[in-house]
Design a protein around this ligand. Structure first.
Ligand code: OFO
Length: 258
């Protein structure tokens, strides 16, 4: 376990180029120091007034700048805004996992083992999505912060209602991924744009899977035979994402591929 000093040590990162006005204003002060007493006293007094003002503004700007970026460390690989937004998304992915686990439990309780399996596989998919963000934030010099999870519903009217809710939830997730991508573009954060590209593609698949099952459920309607046939089909879904994260995602991915 690291000492408190180790916890507070600065992480290596890319020193960010300071904004021009912060670098230029101290030069005004330097000029004032050089010129003081060298020219007409009245002019010196006026110049001194403005130079001190410039120095003060520079100090305020610098403090504000460091507060915004990596809690005053002066170094960052992931802008604070981006880190916060990614942590929010990690929470949403974990809520997705929680929601699908609740749906799996409901299906198991109703004797629909295939549907229960499908939702449990989906639970693992969502945990994988969350863990990808967890690892990315930490790799980029940030800190994955876990937040409280909202309680998911525990009862559902029918499989059709569950998949309709699933699709609505996935559409919400797609919007939030798009917002994250917009932020990464605005922040000129190329690494996060590449990272988020995977989620953009994934969301297309997520919504497509839900739409396909909704179409089948609409055809089935109240036919128990049709429902049992679909249940048998969904029992065949297997988990393709890694589920062992204790050694880190890269190791888990290698394990899953082996
Ligand atoms: Fe992570 O895709 Fe669903 O929520």
């Amino acid at each position: 376990m690291g000492s408190p000093a180790a916890f507070s040590a600065k992480k290596p990162g890319i020193p960010h180029k300071l904004p021009d006005h912060i670098r230029v204003l101290p030069l005004c002060y330097l000029a004032e120091v050089c010129f003081t007493g060298a020219v007409i006293p009245a002019f010196t007094r006026v110049f001194s007034f403005f130079a001190h003002g410039a120095l003060l503004m520079s100090a305020i700007s610098l403090s504000w700048y460091y507060m915004k970026n990596r809690h005053g460390k002066g170094y960052y690989m992931l802008a604070q805004k981006m880190e916060d937004a990614l942590n929010e998304q990690m929470n949403r992915e974990m809520y997705s996992a929680y929601l699908y686990m609740a749906m799996s439990s409901h299906c198991a309780n109703k004797g629909l083992k295939g549907f229960a399996n499908w939702f449990m596989v989906q639970y693992h998919e969502e945990m994988f999505h969350a863990m990808k963000i967890y690892e990315y934030v930490n790799l980029q010099g940030g800190k994955a912060v876990l937040k409280a999870l909202q309680q998911p519903p525990s009862t559902f009217v029918s499989p059709l209602e569950m998949y309709t809710k699933t699709l609505e939830h996935e559409q919400f997730i797609t919007r939030s991924i798009n917002d994250l991508m917009e932020l990464a573009i605005a922040e000129k954060d190329h690494a996060s744009q590449i990272f988020l590209q995977w989620y953009v593609t994934e969301q297309v698949e997520e919504e497509s899977n839900d739409n396909e099952i909704i179409s089948q459920l609409v055809i089935i309607r109240d036919d128990p035979n049709g429902l049992m046939m679909l249940d048998r089909e969904l029992a065949g879904r297997v988990t393709t994402v890694p589920t062992e994260y204790s050694k880190g995602l890269q190791a888990a991915l290698k394990g899953a591929a082996a």
